[in-house]
Design a protein around this ligand. Structure first.
Ligand SMILES: NC(=O)C[C@H](N)C(=O)O
Length: 323
């Protein structure tokens, strides 16, 4: 019988109303598992912390990565499930995927409706995630998100709806698998780059900010990010990744000062294409901005933060396998 390790971090799946009526993560992993009928899987479990995922910082992410790596390394564990809030599940899933080198599946899940809601989706999502982690077909698929009966590869999956019961969507793609009443099916398997080392302690303080552009945007926020200690700034450009003359001037200045400037887009789907001049993406890349392909915006932020925390100077060649 496969043995699955379930680790819990909080989120709506673990939330109940407090005395003011606000939903707060307050349930431990044993409470979550109580709602899941025992199947053909043995479960070991542990709480990491109990927090809404809107509260997490890099220290929490590093802590989760270390805890997951410990479970993956256990000979008696065949797969890992991590319960997590959906707000920033995409970031944790992607970080875990970047550092995951085992064939054992790691599956994140959560809920859109709290544990004390009559129609909570937590138990069914947790049951599905355990089934995916235990499935032989899931070996080699890296880190995924199992939610509302679908399985998504971490690489390009984002939360795409605030309240829908099926909020996740893989950008420029679809779910790689489905969970049925008694089977797990994969339609395809992700192409994954070689794993990076776990985040070092310096990851906690490696600041990478995102600055979004709009009509009339200037470089004040990008400058403020660097003043606040950012070692990297991701520009969420318009369209295929465009800026303007004020942003171009700042990119020249920041790249000259050794800041890693990533060029992404505020459009949810599709690649950055450095195509336009006159302050557009071709000029920004010409000034040293790193085009981030079709890697989603907040995934790109984490990738830059991880590379910078390892002491790497991100360059286009180094980024190619990830974007
Ligand atoms: N559905 C959720 O889990 C959202 C919650 N705010 C969280 O990320 O913790």
């Amino acid at each position: 019988m496969p043995q699955i390790s379930v680790l819990a971090t909080g989120g709506t799946i673990a939330s109940r109303q407090d005395s003011r009526g606000a939903s707060v993560a307050s349930q431990g992993v044993q409470d979550l598992l109580a709602g899941v009928a025992g199947g053909a899987t043995e479960v070991v479990s542990r709480d990491i912390f109990q927090l809404g995922s809107y509260l997490l910082d890099h220290t929490h992410l590093r802590h989760i990565a270390e805890e997951v790596a410990l479970e993956v390394a256990r000979d008696d564990v065949d797969g890992v499930v991590l319960t997590h809030g959906t707000d920033t599940m995409e970031e944790t899933a992607y970080l875990l995927d970047l550092v995951h080198s085992s064939a054992k599946p790691v599956v994140l899940t959560g809920a859109q409706r709290p544990a004390d809601a009559a129609d909570t989706d937590g138990p069914s999502n947790l049951r599905d995630a355990i089934a995916v982690a235990a499935a032989a077909e899931a070996r080699g698929t890296g880190v995924s998100i199992a939610f509302a009966g679908q399985v998504f590869a971490a690489r390009a999956t984002r939360k795409a709806h605030t309240v829908a019961p099926a909020p996740f969507r893989t950008m420029d793609g679809g779910p790689m698998g489905r969970v049925g009443a008694d089977d797990v099916r994969f339609m395809f398997r992700p192409v994954r780059p070689p794993a990076l080392p776990l985040p070092p302690a310096s990851f906690d303080s490696t600041r990478v900010d995102v600055v979004s552009l709009h009509p009339g945007a200037d470089a004040s926020l990008a400058r403020a990010a660097v003043d606040a200690g950012a070692k990297g700034v991701i520009i969420a450009g318009t369209g295929v990744g465009n800026g303007n003359h004020r942003i171009l001037e700042w990119v020249e200045e920041a790249v000259g000062a050794g800041i890693a400037v990533g060029l992404s887009t505020r459009v949810p789907e599709g690649p950055v294409v450095p195509f336009y001049g006159n302050g557009g993406g071709a000029d920004l890349v010409g000034a040293g901005a790193l085009p981030l392909g079709s890697l989603p915006l907040f995934h790109a932020r984490l990738l830059l933060a991880l590379l910078l925390s390892h002491g790497d100077t991100p360059a286009p060649d180094m980024l190619t396998p990830y974007i």
